[in-house]
Design a protein around this ligand. Sequence first.
Ligand SMILES: Cc1cc2nc3c(=O)[nH]c(=O)nc-3n(C[C@H](O)[C@H](O)[C@H](O)COP(=O)(O)OP(=O)(O)OC[C@H]3O[C@@H](n4cnc5c(N)ncnc54)[C@H](O)[C@@H]3O)c2cc1C
Length: 449
Amino acid sequence: MQAPGKILIIGAGPCGLGAARELSMRGYRNWKLVERSHRAGGLAASVTDPQGFTWDHGGHVVFSHFGEFDRLLEEIMGEEVYRHDRSSYIRFSDRWVPYPFQNNLRYLPEEVAYDCVLGLIDAPGGDPSTDFATWMEAVFGTGITKHFMRPYNFKVWATPPERMQSYWIGERVSVLDYKRALRSLVFQEDDIAWGPNNTFVFPAVGGTGEIYRRLAERLAEYITYERDVVEIRVEDKIVRYADGADEDYDTLISTMPLDLLLHKLQPCPQEVRNAAAKLEHNGVYMVGVGYELELKDDKSWMYFPQDDAPFYRATNFAKYSPANVPESDTSTYSAYMTETSYSSYKPTSRSGLPEEVEAGLRAAGVVEGRPEVASLHLEDIPYAYPVPTLERDRALATAQGWLMDSGILSRGRFGSWKYEIGNMDHAVKMGVDAAAWALEQRPEELWTL
Ligand SMILES: Cc1cc2nc3c(=O)[nH]c(=O)nc-3n(C[C@H](O)[C@H](O)[C@H](O)COP(=O)(O)OP(=O)(O)OC[C@H]3O[C@@H](n4cnc5c(N)ncnc54)[C@H](O)[C@@H]3O)c2cc1C
């Protein structure tokens, strides 16, 4: 077996920290983690604004598919979490439809419900090798596609569905047949328990980022912040930082976005650079609106397929934890965390957006009247969703194949560029597996080429 030598991890998000924790637990000491920003957490970090509201980088719910993530959470947070049952809704014209939309057609205006069921009856069934636009119409029919699936997904992905694969959908979208839809409609039954995140936990203090802040604190002696990797000399196995300093490594685990990584590599074959250009992503503006308004809203989060609001989702953040509002005073404050996507297909101006979002919360019926605004906070997330385009897998095979041959593991949400394994639990698991591979070439269990 090859000796692991010095392992360098780039990025203190969930993936980098997952790798770091694994190395540390195995008693390995010849490693280092470097992070560009001044804090840990990456996309899963949280911020507290000057008015005292805490925000995540978009709605994060903590749920898990992996023992490695469950153990980490238990060890770091113990009982300092709230356990919630999901209570999520879709805003459709003047009403709230329980999530998932397609399972609860009885809440829709009659003519829309009729349209949706007719479409379902005619839908031939989907083939996951087709593009997302073709797939959604084949699975959900014309009605659900027109009223919900197409407008909602464009608001999230900021990408035409014709450019996207449908294969990624797996557990992310509830697929139903017309018999189930009819049953719910005729018997007036709710069908709301679907999905992997119907229960979730949330840190009692500090937002989602608290998990990674505490984890990073335990590994502090190995982590250097404000270390921005600007160049990687592949043959010499040396990284260069923005301040001109060099550092050598034997194995590199990178969690920065894959396209940016490929542009930092010297040398890098042209076909690999070309692959980088094929990778598409969107950006998201998180606008948090803090109100002087007693928390009475019992919903967890809400989806907005229609045009009355610029955002596609709003999270009732005071409900996740009272500590997300000033002095944990939910008798005085509410907090709504919204997400609005952007891309070249869907340009969105950030100027004026916070005010538009606040007006949207009122127009869409999330808040009633005109409560006093206590905080308007915007975070720009330029890399938010790695888009599963039709060209993605070919580009990934070219890029990742070459990186593996060069002793570089690019993992995590944007390191792997695979949305289907892009959640926090996946990122931690990819990090754990990358560390085990670096130490003993144990085959990875989640990420595949
Ligand atoms: C809007 C939104 C909603 C989400 N909702 C959920 C959810 O509900 N549940 C869930 O589980 N997950 C959710 N996620 C996903 C979750 O945030 C990610 O899975 C997780 O943060 C990915 O971790 P990572 O370590 O792979 O990458 P990141 O978190 O992106 O971390 C990468 C790190 O690398 C650092 N870095 C980048 N470039 C350099 C460089 N050149 N030099 C040094 N350091 C560098 C970055 O600063 C960053 O800290 C959501 C994400 C978004 C954007």
